[in-house]
Design a protein. Structure first.
Length: 324
């Protein structure tokens, strides 16, 4: 039975990844922050090999001891400060969690690989925020890094560290993930904020939606698809970096319009106000990815389009409101 270690297992991507690895027959060690609860559903098979560990990824010594103890075949590092906005409020913490911690993890994985004499495969969950203000669109693996936020700076550090350790013989992958959503996205994210508000308006006729920059454009995908890309990259014959994206950019306004349209509301502007306080200090212009390398090398393709993502999230939030 292969063994996988997943950091950030309480998050959107981590929960989907744990479920997928268990379904594939892995023994999974899921890391969550001390005091956090797992997000994934309990496995249907009571014999499923799932172990939870409350470990802070900035506690390098404790994390290292755990890696040495379980000797994982695959490590997926999804831990990190969860949003760009949060990184502006806590830039030093962001650097430690999303920049320094991945370096420590890569170092420990390389040491384990040399000790046990077999490959240890590491996948670092990166972000399109490393590109900041790119001079070209779409972006690919060769696009220069120009981060504009503490979040982007920390992710850029981890991305470059992957290449450094890969040159030392570690099977290390950096997956440059563009925005990806699901019903498990926290309500602090603009997409879930939108779908939650639209669901409330559709169900009760009451509610309001305050937003920042409606013109901001993002390449939005379906989170389980992006988790599939992580797994494909880990199991490929060669370690490489991959942009994971749909190749289509939509604005926040497009997202709002699609959410209201799904519940039959055309005059959506009556329910929306613009709050200048919600604008980012620095907002990338157009982030849209070219995933042709992932398509060709690991056979990855997105399975849910933009309208389908919005519809699934709105339907989920409406169902939550209908529950007793």
């Amino acid at each position: 039975m292969p063994v996988a270690l997943v950091t950030g297992a309480a998050g959107q991507d981590g929960s989907y990844l744990v479920e997928r690895l268990l379904a594939d027959g892995y023994a999974v060690h899921a890391l969550v922050r001390p005091g956090s609860a797992p997000r994934e559903e309990p496995p249907e098979d009571p014999s499923a090999a799932l172990n939870h560990h409350q470990v802070d990824v900035t506690d390098h010594a404790r994390l290292g001891r755990l890696i040495d103890e379980i000797e994982p075949d695959e490590i997926y590092n999804l831990a990190g400060v969860s949003s760009v906005a949060q990184s502006w409020a806590a830039p030093v913490l962001t650097a430690e969690v999303s920049g320094v911690a991945p370096v420590a993890l890569l170092d420990r994985a390389l040491r384990l690989q040399r000790r046990v004499g077999r490959p240890v495969r590491v996948v670092q969950a990166g972000s399109a925020e490393v590109f900041g203000q790119p001079s070209t669109a779409p972006q690919d693996e060769m696009t220069p890094l120009r981060p504009l936020s503490p979040y982007g700076v920390a992710k850029a550090m981890a991305h470059q560290a992957v290449e450094v350790f890969r040159c030392q013989g570690l099977f290390a992958v950096s997956a440059i993930l563009y925005n990806h959503e699901s019903p498990r996205r926290p309500a602090t994210f603009v997409t879930r904020k939108i779908t939650s508000a639209v669901a409330q308006i559709a169900e009760t006729g009451a509610g309001h939606l305050a937003l920042g920059n409606l013109a901001a454009r993002r390449d939005w995908g379906w989170a389980p698809d992006y988790v599939d890309a992580l797994i494909r990259a880990a199991r490929h014959t060669e370690a490489a970096d991959y942009v994971v994206a749909t190749g289509r950019a939509h604005s926040v306004e497009d997202f709002v319009r699609a959410a209201f349209a799904h519940v039959g509301i055309d005059k959506w502007r009556a329910h929306v106000t613009i709050d200048p306080a919600l604008f980012r200090p620095a907002d990338p212009a157009v982030l849209v990815g070219n995933a042709s390398k992932a398509r060709a090398a690991i056979g990855w393709r997105p399975s849910v389009d933009f309208e389908g993502i919005v519809a699934r999230m709105v339907d989920h939030d409406r169902e939550l409101l209908r529950r007793p």
